[in-house]
Structure formats: C-alpha cells, structure tokens
Ligand binder design. Structure first.
Ligand SMILES: C[S@@+](CC[C@H](N)C(=O)[O-])C[C@H]1O[C@@H](n2cnc3c(N)ncnc32)[C@H](O)[C@@H]1O
Length: 174
C-alpha cells in the first residue's frame, strides 16, 4: 500500500493515520513510484484540482502506469457541469478533545471551474480564531473524464450516486 499527496502538511496527517504505509509527496499529474498496484483510488474529488483536459489526461496516465494489468481504479469526480448548483452553501461542526471547529462553504461557478470559499472557525481553551481558504475545482464533463481514462487504457464506467452524490468512475486496466 502507498499514498500520494502534493502537500507535505496533508502528507504528515495521512502518514499519522496509516503507520507503516509510505505516503509520498508527489504530484498526481506526474508521479513515478517505481511499482504497480492491484487497486488505485483517488477519492474526495481530488482529481478536480487539475486544470484542463491535458492535466486530467496526465493523471489518468499516471494511474494507468501504476496499475497491474487487470488492476482496478476507483475515482470520485467533482460535479459534472450540468449538476453543479451555483451559489451552493453547506456547513458542519465537529467537537473533539476540548476543541470545536466549524466549517462553512459557499461555491460559485466561474466558467469551467468552481470557486469555493471555505471559512473555518476554531474554538478551544486559548480562544477563537478563524481562517478562510479558496479552492478552485474544475468542472469536467462526464465525457471528458471518460475520454481521459480511455486514452490511458482504462476501461471505466460511471456509477451514479454514492458515496457523495457525484458517483464513482470504476474500471479496469487492459
Ligand atoms: C479534497 S482533499 C482530499 C484529502 C484526502 N486525500 C482524502 O481523501 O481525504 C484533496 C487533496 O488533494 C491534494 N492534491 C491537490 N492537487 C494534487 C496533485 N496535483 N497531486 C497530489 N495531490 C494533490 C490536496 O493537497 C488535498 O490534500
């Protein structure tokens, strides 16, 4: 088992949750771990941080390069353009070990991307602080995902619905 993450801070969190599993700081658009796997997953719309079909194709090729023949790929996309709700808001609160964190987000469409503003408020014994993140996610069409996977030699179908409403691309390397 192994993982790939471009941010060292996120890599450290993943490594802490998966003792003994190598988590590499690497770019999904162009990584080479020098080994192949039977299953590769790319969940939580991480693939939509790429820009344009060229980058999408590079991710698909990187995945295919790391799969054994007959190996399985599972990718959770971001929304297809026709399903994205402009102005969507959501939020959640978690409480753990004397700390409360709230997260609210507002997402707008900007051409073929989603611009998501995410505001976090953190309260603990030391007080309350907040910060805001801006996320930009590509609105690839189902056909663009399918084409990228097909060009990489991955026979993939889109299963609509779970786990988060956007469905999953599930397939096999030829
Ligand atoms: C929505 S988060 C998912 C976090 C975590 N991997 C998970 O599945 O719960 C997307 C993650 O993709 C990472 N990421 C974005 N672009 C990347 C790239 N080109 N290569 C590798 N990781 C990337 C971000 O740093 C972020 O941690």
């Amino acid at each position: 088992m192994a993982g790939v993450e471009i941010s060292d801070a996120m890599r450290r969190i993943a490594a802490g949750k998966l003792p003994g599993v190598p988590i590499h700081v690497a770019d999904m658009r162009d990584f080479d771990l020098g080994e192949r796997f039977d299953v590769i997953t790319c969940l939580c719309f991480s693939i939509a941080y790429t820009r344009g079909e060229d980058e999408l194709g590079r991710v698909a090729a990187s995945i295919a390069r790391h799969l054994n023949p007959g190996g399985v790929v599972v990718v959770e996309p971001w929304w297809f353009p026709e399903r994205f709700l402009d102005g969507f808001v959501t939020g959640s609160v978690v409480e753990d070990d004397g700390r409360v964190v709230s997260r609210v987000s507002h997402s707008v469409r900007d051409g073929r991307t989603t611009r998501m503003t995410v505001r976090f408020t953190i309260a603990d014994r030391s007080g309350i602080r907040e910060f805001t993140e801006q996320e930009v996610l590509s609105l690839f069409t189902e056909a663009e995902y399918a084409s990228a996977f097909a060009h990489a030699g991955l026979r993939v179908e889109h299963l609509a619905g779970p786990p988060n409403g956007r469905g999953l691309f599930v397939g096999v390397r030829d």
